[in-house]
Design a protein around this ligand. Structure first.
Ligand code: ADP
Ligand code: MG
Length: 703
């Protein structure tokens, strides 16, 4: 058992997780505010604020053995301090220790400092040794005055993530106070039973924390720098466990609810399949079966379907919708953008109306009268399927009997939205089934943590007959040639997209850029019909343009990234993406997925602006070489880290303090196992762990 494991708390024990930092020496209101910038509010937070790296100041190096490039601690006596004026005013001090000497060079210094560095003063300096004009030097070393026999540091010196007005020295002193509390028996509860950590060969909590703040001189520095030392892994493990548990809790609470058991009667679904011009792929069939089995149970389904762009998720969703309708329930299909919702609406009308099914449309942009009418058909049950944006779940929308909610392109929705949706669909204590579809392929290990509240199905096969998309990367200087290419493709009866992206966050500017490009292109291509679609157009306008593109009236569609998801026009076989270097790989892959949907060979031109950095070149090369969303996602993960991949900012997905989803991938399967065990054996610890790492769940962020 670790020292503090399960020990009943003494009545007056100091609990570091509820001790505000202001109680520390040297911390006033200003310091408190600065600490808060680093997310440090209580003394325990200081202990979880881990060093970024370490310096070795545990050995004094004789000056006679110094070499340029060494980062060392030296100690000696000042022999001479003088001002030099040649060019720049400089303060030079010569320090000697009997084996050799070294020049300390300062460009910024005060009169007091100059005075304090007087002949005969003993100094200990830490810094990098450089070759000066005549002697070895240190430029602006860290130094302090020492007595002749003063002891040397006993552990490696931690370098912390710092912030304005809160430098290393202060952070170190504060952390020392926090560690002193621990030594005196203050409480930092270890929530992982010691037998769990022993099995994982990881140290107990307090031991790990003490080690990381003061590693011994012989500590394996390279492991520490990589973040793979067992002490670091111990903390990363607990953090990942906290996230996993919190998502598992969500899942368990969902399973406390009741849902309608929607039997697969194989009536409408069979008729529908017969009406399609193709057969389901075996991946589509498998996933359809998984969904169908879930929906037959009286528990709300919580299933995520992952499938690469073009893998045919919509048909799978339609099968689920039909199963709900067969049992006399309604289904809602929600998409994140107006444009995508439109597409779905058209698809569902086309597929389901011939089967005698009423499909309704609901978006925030409907006029009051239309909206009221839609609300009526939804409430009466006349509309069996309702397609729309998040307007579907706003006030005033009451379903007659909602059995299934389908959410498409889930990567734009966070955990909170998943929950909110579930609550909205609830009626008389009965919850609808939830089917969530995403085209952002997430490597399995990541999915296990990021989606621990969901069951996951994967459509890992594309429909047959797709020809791979040829992707080229070109500088903007080749624009004329690209325009030519568009012209000849369109002249052969094919269609093209021209996607304008801007680094600006402002949608208005993006739309302006697209408008300008559309004009320029229309001028350059007088024989073609050039259309324009962007996020600021009215829904009807957008729908008109999309419809015209779909039937081939428009040859070239200039667009912003609104067409990123869902748009499906098989005859479009050429896509130009401007400023491709500015987009994430996953987003580029999404965009590119708008072509390659027909029999024609498709191509995608990634145009870049200026010159490419090595990383940018590497990233674009990934797209040129692969068309597999999972491979691309894995590479993106390697090159940019998971934050980018999961779109942390957009979705409020996992935000981690210590763990790193990529570096710590190997921990994730253990995390899942330990989470299950803890829920079984120690459920009372679960809220403690999640509270420690996630607070009140605010780390999921609101969208
Ligand atoms: P995504 O998974 O990207 O949402 P869609 O559902 O839009 O993909 O499907 C892409 C295209 O593939 C659509 O035109 C759809 O009709 C077609 N499709 C779907 N399933 C099959 C299949 N099994 N065989 C042939 N074409 C299919
Ligand atoms: Mg889709």
């Amino acid at each position: 058992m670790s020292a503090q494991d399960n020990k009943p708390l003494a009545e007056n024990a100091v609990v570091l997780e509820s001790l505000p930092v202001i109680t520390l020496k040297g911390v006033g209101p200003r310091q408190t505010e600065r600490l808060a910038h680093l997310g440090i509010k209580v003394v325990a937070d200081l202990l979880f604020h881990l060093p970024l790296r370490y310096q070795d100041r545990t050995r004094l190096v004789p000056m006679g053995s110094l070499r340029p490039g060494d980062e060392v601690t030296v100690e000696g006596e000042i022999q001479l301090t003088e001002l030099k004026y040649g060019g720049r005013r400089t303060l030079l001090s010569r320090l000697a220790d009997g084996t050799g000497s070294l020049t300390l060079r300062f460009f910024h210094f005060s009169a007091a400092q100059q005075k304090s560095l007087s002949r005969g003063t003993r100094l200990r300096c830490f810094g990098e040794v450089r070759k000066g004009t005549t002697t070895l030097e240190m430029i602006h070393p860290e130094y302090r005055f020492v007595a002749p026999d003063e002891a040397i540091e006993e552990s490696l010196t931690p370098i912390y993530p710092a912030t304005e007005g809160l430098q290393q020295q202060s952070l170190r002193r504060l952390t020392e106070q926090a560690l002193a509390y621990l030594k005196q028996g203050a409480v930092l509860q270890d929530y992982l039973p010691v037998e769990y950590t022993r099995e994982l060969s990881l140290p107990p909590l307090v031991e790990a924390i003490e080690y990381l703040h003061c590693p011994p001189p012989d500590a394996p520095v390279s492991l520490l720098m990589e973040g793979t030392h067992p002490a670091q892994q111990r903390l990363a493990f607990e953090e990942l466990l906290a996230h996993h548990l919190s998502l598992r809790q969500l899942r368990l609470s969902a399973q406390q609810h009741v849902a309608p058991a929607l039997k697969n009667k194989a009536e409408l679904t069979v008729t529908f399949l017969q009406s399609l011009p193709f057969a389901l792929t075996s991946a589509q069939q498998r996933v359809t079966d998984e969904i169908s089995a879930d929906m037959e149970k009286p528990l709300p389904m919580q299933r995520l379907v992952q499938g690469d762009v073009g893998s045919g998720k919509t048909v799978v969703a339609a099968m689920a919708v039909l199963q709900a309708i067969e049992s006399g329930f309604q289904a809602a299909v929600m998409a994140p953008t107006e444009l995508l919702a439109e597409q779905h609406y058209q698809n569902f009308c086309h597929w389901l109306e011939p089967l005698g099914i009423g499909v309704a449309w609901l978006s925030g942009k409907l006029k009051a009268g239309q909206r009221r009418q839609m609300q009526e058909v939804i409430a009466s049950g006349e509309a069996q399927v309702v397609v729309g944006t998040h307007a579907l779940f706003q006030e005033g929308v009451n379903f007659f009997e909602l059995g299934l909610v389908v959410v498409d392109e889930q990567h734009r929705f966070g955990v909170h939205q998943r929950l909110a949706l579930r609550e909205k669909g609830q009626r008389d204590g009965r919850y609808p089934h939830q089917l969530i579809m995403t085209a952002t392929p997430i490597p399995r290990t990541l999915a296990m943590t990021a989606y621990a509240d969901l069951d996951v199905s994967v459509i890992d096969e594309l429909p047959p007959g797709r020809t791979p998309i040829e992707t080229v990367v070109l500088p903007e200087s080749r624009r004329d040639a690209v325009v030519q290419r568009v012209e000849s493709a369109c002249r052969e009866g094919r269609q093209a997209y021209w996607v304008c992206t801007l680094i600006e966050e402002s949608e208005a500017l993006q739309c302006q850029a697209a408008e300008a490009s559309a004009e320029v292109l229309a001028e350059a291509l007088p024989d073609l019909n050039v259309g324009l679609v962007h996020g600021r157009m009215k829904a009807e306008q957008k729908a008109q343009v999309m419809a015209a593109f779909k039937v081939g009236e428009i040859n070239l569609l200039v667009a912003t990234t609104v067409i990123e998801v869902g748009v499906d026009v098989p005859n479009a076989s050429l896509m130009i993406i401007e400023n491709a270097e500015r987009l994430g790989l996953a987003q580029l892959h999404q965009l590119r997925g708008r072509v390659g949907r027909g029999k024609e060979k498709s191509s995608c031109v990634l145009m870049y602006h200026g010159s490419l950095s090595r990383l940018a070149r590497e990233r674009l090369a990934v797209l040129r070489e692969s068309s597999d969303g999972f491979v691309i996602a894995q590479k993106d993960l390697e090159l940019r880290g998971p934050g980018e991949l999961l779109g942390t900012r957009q979705t409020g997905m996992l935000q981690l303090r210590i763990a790193d989803l990529q570096r710590d991938q190997a921990l994730l399967s253990e995390v899942a196992r330990v989470a299950a065990r803890m829920l079984q054996e120690q459920p009372e610890r679960v809220p403690l762990i999640t509270q420690r790492w996630l607070g009140d769940g605010c780390r999921y962020g609101d969208v």
